[in-house]
Design a protein around this ligand. Structure first.
Ligand SMILES: [Fe+2]
Length: 310
């Protein structure tokens, strides 16, 4: 029972053409026409839709779709949510291409959906950008990371109500030395992807999330995606690096909605039955130079050079 993984994401956009170009040419997702709800669909695997891009007057991450095994798991989780005081509405399952759907909001205000029975596409998956394969299946399509000042409530909601397990609970420093640390809760679903959801103790960004992550099957897929990002003029957010906690080798780039997309390889899969939560002190073993870190280092070097001249 419990959530298997991140089944799909819904993104709102003012510029569907930009998302089309980004997803097909840079990420390597396969277009799959329009859903009954009017969303433009993109695939990462056999599923008919992993990305649902919806026209809007804002650009933001909109919904995380959490997948459960079957109808009985769906009923169990929706009852647990209702019992915990989380107001759910029955979504239009058919228009989402799933067998059952319930929609709600977490304590931070992030929209989520619970579903099971998503449809597969009729054709085989072929990445238009040549990605060998995305790592999905039971592990889900990747992860989503939120920022929220309702940090404790949000962490407790995903752990105690949604049923995620704590994976890594570090306190990190983002900014120059002396910056107050922020809590982070990395949590895993029952199939063991190191984290399917994470919350960072920071103001909720207007982009709706901090980042989402997709995982490719080969290291070469990451390097090729980095090249496509540069070739298509997409801004890098963090250079290639390896995370300490999930050991993924990845880079981050801006999406057309302003949140980041982490494109990675070889993320850790843990055993939820025996995992003991960790508390890493460094985000990365190597690399992952963030644009803001680079800008700060450049500004400091410039100030030093100017000081030496005067
Ligand atoms: Fe990530």
């Amino acid at each position: 029972m419990g959530v298997k993984g991140l089944g799909y994401v819904v993104v709102e956009t003012t510029d569907a053409a930009k998302w089309d170009s980004y997803l097909t040419k840079v990420v390597g997702a396969m277009p799959n026409g329009q859903g009954e709800d009017g969303a433009v669909l993109y695939r990462l695997d056999d599923r008919a839709a992993r990305f649902r891009i919806v026209k809007s007057d804002v650009d933001r991450f909109s919904v995380a779709g959490w997948e459960v095994e079957d109808q009985s798991a769906f009923e169990e989780l929706t009852k647990k949510l209702s019992d915990a005081g989380c107001a759910l509405t029955a979504g239009d399952a058919q228009s989402r291409g799933v067998a059952a759907l319930a929609c709600g909001k977490d304590p931070a205000g992030n929209l989520f959906e619970i579903f099971h029975g998503a449809k597969d596409a009729s054709e085989s998956f072929v990445s238009p950008a040549g990605v060998s394969k995305f790592v999905t299946g039971d592990l889900g399509m990747g992860h989503v990371v939120y920022g929220t000042l309702a940090f404790d409530e949000t962490h407790e909601f995903y752990r105690d109500v949604m049923g995620f397990g704590d994976t890594d609970l570090p306190e990190i420093e983002v900014g120059p030395p002396g910056t107050p640390t922020m809590g982070v809760a990395f949590m895993h679903a029952k199939t063991g992807r190191h984290h399917s959801v994470a919350a960072i103790q920071m103001p909720e960004p207007p982009t709706g999330c901090v980042h989402i992550m997709v995982e490719a099957a080969e290291r070469a897929d990451v390097d090729a995606a980095y090249e496509r990002m540069a070739a298509e003029g997409v801004a890098v957010s963090a250079t290639l690096g390896q995370h300490t906690n999930d050991e993924v080798i990845s880079f981050y780039m801006k999406t057309p909605a302003g949140f980041d997309l982490e494109f990675g390889w070889d993320g850790l899969v843990l055993d939820p039955a025996s995992w003991k939560p960790t508390a890493h002190t460094t985000p990365s073993k190597w690399g992952h130079e963030w644009t803001w870190q680079k800008e700060m280092a450049e500004a400091a070097a410039k100030a030093e050079a100017e000081g030496a001249q005067s």
